[in-house]
Ligand binder design. Structure first.
Ligand code: MN
Length: 216
């Protein structure tokens, strides 16, 4: 994980705060409903922030920058690992969302996706498989590894590919929350429908910005 220092969030440090969204809770309708967004942001994400600050506040010795914690995820208490991941993953996720009117990623990233997966549709299929196949709660990811290869993975709970505990480590450029709290109000048990709707709310310019930052 030699590029961890170039991630924009590298300097995130204790105490952590709930980031404001740069859009309204209604902005992602009808794909993600306002009530889900509001509860997800103000209750779930806020709880990760509060519990992370509490757990870190009680440990005078631990080094608190998030990405440092992820580099040592195997040594963390469940409270720090779950809430640290929860805070990071959601802060990341909110920035990736925007109604996109069928926009696709541009130039270099699209080419890279096509080279890796054959076509944009095959990429979406494989990502959806990772999202649907994650048993219980977790996330699906598209990441770059240290060799600048794209890969799709999924992680349990609030883990992510930056963590030392990940099966395959890398730098996420796209992530999807597949916890039931992310979709149950609107989609109930129909996770595949939620995953399908996700393609309408990916902010590909944000994904591309991140891709360009990491691939340098
Ligand atoms: Mn969530």
């Amino acid at each position: 994980m030699k590029k961890i220092e170039i991630l924009p969030e590298f300097r995130l440090d204790f105490p952590y705060n709930l980031p404001a969204l740069d859009y309204e809770y209604t902005a992602l309708e009808p794909y993600i409903d306002a009530r889900t967004m509001e509860i997800h942001h103000t209750k779930h994400h806020q709880a990760y922030v509060d519990n992370l600050n509490k757990a870190l506040g009680e440990d005078a010795l631990i080094s608190k920058p998030l990405l440092h914690l992820f580099n040592n995820a195997d040594k963390l208490t469940p409270a720090v690992r779950n809430n640290g991941g929860g805070h990071y993953n959601h802060s990341f996720f909110w920035k990736l969302l925007k109604v996109n009117n069928n926009e696709k990623p541009g130039g270099e990233l699209l080419n890279h996706i096509m080279r890796t997966y054959g076509s944009f549709d095959e990429f979406k299929e494989e990502f959806a498989k990772a999202a649907a196949g994650r048993f219980g709660s977790g996330w699906a990811w598209l990441s770059l590894d240290d060799e600048n290869k794209l890969f799709i993975s999924s992680t349990p709970n609030q883990d992510n590919p930056l963590m030392s505990t990940a099966e395959k480590r890398g730098y996420p450029i796209l992530g999807l929350d597949v916890w039931e709290h992310a979709y149950y109000l609107h989609y109930q048990n129909r996770r595949p429908d939620y995953v399908k709707a996700f393609w309408d709310v990916v902010n590909w310019s944000e994904v591309e910005n991140r891709y360009k930052t990491i691939i340098k």
